[in-house]
Design a protein around this ligand. Structure first.
Ligand code: AMP
Length: 235
């Protein structure tokens, strides 16, 4: 039997960290639509270009395009025992499409985990996040800046906002922000969109008895244990 889990939470709720745990513990790959869309960055076709410009504004990609990208991903061999969905579904229409799609394969959503944090913390976690391309480690200029040097630098032409420069001290590597984290406006837009879109989804899954709310502004291990309990209760 396959195990399909939805991990929900505003940007900065710590989904990435917890997703790593779930993947390893339950042997299912993480499917993040944000990552799938970002991976299309290097493509030059019209669809890929349109997706990049919508993402840069912090708006949602349309349901049909999103469902098609997910359908292709779920057909991959590594997704046959289930998946951990991150950033998807984001609309009731996507949720309904997903239910039908999974039912066609004799599968279903087993659990919906909602990581909750206050939105000021969410903003700082997104805006302050920088990561290493080589080690994939993440740091945060506000919370987790040990071993990194960082500063805001004005652009020569005075454009706003200033650029965040961050360096890993030991290796000298330049740390990068996700392009969609660099603009405060885009983060705020994404948080607003999250608030607007999440409630209908929670209603959708709550009537099916699938939602577990987990307070995520706690030590990582505490959140991880809560996640494990919630999943095991639905196995
Ligand atoms: P994320 O990394 O999940 O914050 O996603 C980054 C961006 O990708 C979002 O701001 C949207 O523009 C787009 N995106 C990701 N997942 C979806 C989805 N399920 N439906 C529509 N747009 C999405």
């Amino acid at each position: 039997m396959s195990l399909n889990i939805i991990l929900m939470g505003v940007q900065g709720a710590g989904k990435g960290e917890q997703a790593r745990f779930i993947q390893e513990k339950y042997g299912i790959p993480q499917v993040s639509t944000g990552d799938l869309f970002r991976a299309m960055k290097t493509r030059t076709d019209a669809l890929a270009q349109r997706i990049q410009s919508i993402m840069a504004e912090g708006r949602l990609i349309d349901d049909d395009t999103t469902n098609t990208v997910v359908e292709e991903r779920l057909a991959e061999p590594d997704a046959q025992n289930g998946v951990l969905l991150d950033g998807y579904p984001r609309t009731p229409a996507q949720a309904a499409w997903l239910d039908t799609h999974l039912a066609g394969k004799g599968a279903k959503i087993n659990a919906v985990l909602l990581l909750e944090i206050d939105l000021y913390t969410a903003f700082k976690r997104s805006f302050g996040r920088v990561s290493s391309d080589t080690s994939k480690r993440s740091y945060n200029i506000y919370y987790n800046a040990d071993g990194i040097d960082w500063s805001f630098e004005d652009h020569a032409e005075g454009q706003y906002p200033p650029r965040l420069k961050a360096t890993h001290v030991a290796s000298g590597e330049t740390l990068r922000r996700r392009p969609d984290d660099a603009s405060a406006h885009a983060i705020i837009k994404r948080i607003d969109t999250f608030i607007e879109t999440t409630q209908p989804l929670i209603d959708y899954y709550r009537t099916r008895g699938l939602v577990t709310r987990i307070y995520a502004d706690q030590p990582i291990e505490v959140v991880t244990m809560a996640i494990k309990h919630a999943i095991d209760a639905h196995l």
